[in-house]
Design a protein around this ligand. Structure first.
Ligand code: SF4
Length: 482
């Protein structure tokens, strides 16, 4: 096979050579990928020149490069699999970041561990899959880590995009949701353009999840023949039309042209247009985050019951990815609560995580630390609370604060006529089985009715209306008025 090889550091046009090399044979846990596309990122640029000097001892060898074939971001087709590979088979289209397993993407074939790969969505090109990734941002655009005062995690970052189209673009982030929203969701594979879109949303005060979803909705409407070019005010609304995405962000902010229709979000836009409600991805009028909840049932339930609509931060039940059946059984009544594709046990799981999220918000803490990393349990929270504000808090007291908040929000929703009928999801999550075929989540749909029953029971609410009972409110010390 052919590969771009280098054996000494230097300018790429001098040291890189197209050579005939031996085709790799996959080991037991490896997949042999026929590379269809590979992106050149900052790591490749540094490694080929051996600059800054630190990359030599740190990654590639002091005097000569250790890995002589570069290429960390790849997309391609599975050619063969090792004996122990379970997730892929020949013919699968995949993509992945292989920087941590020896590079090698600038070649016709590369053998990599299966856990470095993921199935490529069918509607994404090989070039797009290879170009857009967190690793590309890390290697090509990140300038430094950043974070809140005194936090050792420093989960944020400062990036800089040197692209003449977006002069001196410097910004914090992006977070996962905005990035996925302005790449995968709208079919854009131009990473600098997507980063610019996120930055424009931030500067204009637009929520990036809602903005990217409402633009994606208009693109799907166009694809289905439900939105004409005239109605789009002349914009090219095919998926992937990056310049139209940028134009729509500005139009939404100023409520001009199609932006005026989209500015109210997908539910309002579908009602006003009289079309597209069946493909509008929202709950209670708020757009969903960038995940297919058919493959994560706890998140599906959390989005459905969230008081203000599809807000994944109202619960974040990450425990369903843990596989910890022992804890699942003791805390949530069913081992299945620890598995993302199972629906059982998710009622108690989501109720618990909602209370954590409510307490976290009430304390003004960071959800990353409190919910996602679980740095404090109820008893530890009570100890800190007692030390800071006085009194003698117990873990049960703290948990009950969270429960009261969730119940109060439900009561507020009751006054606006919101009940079980509104605790739902877009119909396609309930009826269209997830794909692609042979993927671990293939065929999954959300068993929402069963999960709602379990959730209301866990909450002590009325199963038919999804509203708190008088007894529950009284038990929580909440005043009940008729
Ligand atoms: S983990 Fe939370 S507190 Fe720490 S830097 Fe990130 S957002 Fe800030």
């Amino acid at each position: 096979m052919k590969a771009m090889v280098y054996t000494e550091y230097g300018p790429p046009d001098v040291v890189l050579e197209l050579q005939e090399v031996e085709k790799p044979t996959p080991k037991e846990n490896e997949v042999l990928v026929q590379v269809c596309a590979a992106s050149v990122n900052y790591c490749d640029w540094s490694f080929v020149r051996g600059k800054p000097f630190i990359v030599r001892p740190a990654y590639q060898g002091l005097f000569k490069p250790k890995n002589t074939i570069l290429g960390a971001d790849i997309a391609g087709r599975v050619e063969a699999v090792g004996a122990n590979v379970t997730q892929f088979q020949p013919g699968d289209e995949v993509f992945g970041e292989i920087g941590s397993c020896g590079l090698g993407g600038f070649a016709e074939y590369v053998a990599v561990p299966e856990d470095a790969l993921a199935l490529k969505p069918a509607n994404l090109t090989f070039e797009g899959a290879a170009a857009v990734s967190g690793e590309t941002i890390e290697r090509s655009y990140k300038r430094s880590n950043d974070g809140c005062f005194a936090c050792p995690v420093r989960c944020s970052r400062q990036i800089r995009v040197d692209d003449p189209r977006y002069a001196d673009l410097a910004m914090e982030g992006p977070e996962y949701e905005p990035l996925a929203g302005f790449t995968a969701r709208v079919g854009v594979t131009d990473l600098p353009l997507a980063l610019h879109a996120v930055d424009r949303c931030n500067r204009l005060g637009l929520d990036a999840i809602t903005t990217s979803e409402v633009i994606a909705w208009s693109m799907e409407l166009t694809q289905c023949g439900l939105l004409s070019r005239d109605e789009a005010h002349g914009l090219d609304l095919r998926f992937g039309a990056g310049e139209s995405v940028l134009a729509l962000i500005e139009a939404i902010a100023t409520r001009e042209g199609l932006g005026d229709l989209l500015a109210g979000g997908v539910r309002a836009a579908a009602e006003r247009l009289g079309r597209g409600a069946e493909i509008a991805m929202h709950v209670k009028g708020l757009e969903l985050f960038q995940a297919d909840v058919r493959a994560m049932k706890g998140y599906a339930l959390g989005n459905a019951v969230s008081s203000r609509g599809a807000d994944h931060l109202r619960s974040e039940p990450w425990f369903e990815f843990s596989g910890d059946e022992t804890t699942a059984r003791s805390r949530f009544g069913d081992a299945a609560a620890s598995h993302r594709l199972a629906w059982k046990g998710k009622g108690r799981l989501v109720a618990c995580f909602e209370e954590m999220a409510a307490v976290c918000d009430a304390l003004g803490m960071c959800k990353n630390l409190y919910n996602n990393m679980g740095v404090l349990d109820w008893d530890e929270t009570a100890e800190i609370l007692s030390a800071v504000v006085g009194g003698r808090w117990s873990g049960e007291d703290v948990q009950q604060v969270g429960e009261r908040i969730v119940n109060l929000e439900r009561e507020l929703n009751r006054t606006w006529g919101i009940d079980r009928r509104d605790d739902t999801l877009p119909a396609r999550f309930l009826r269209e089985p997830a794909g692609p075929a042979d993927s671990p989540s293939s065929g999954s749909i959300v068993e929402l009715a069963q999960m709602l029953d379990e959730y209301y029971q866990a909450r002590g609410w009325d199963r038919d209306t999804g509203l708190p009972t008088r007894e529950k409110l009284q038990a929580l010390g909440l005043e009940v008025s008729d």
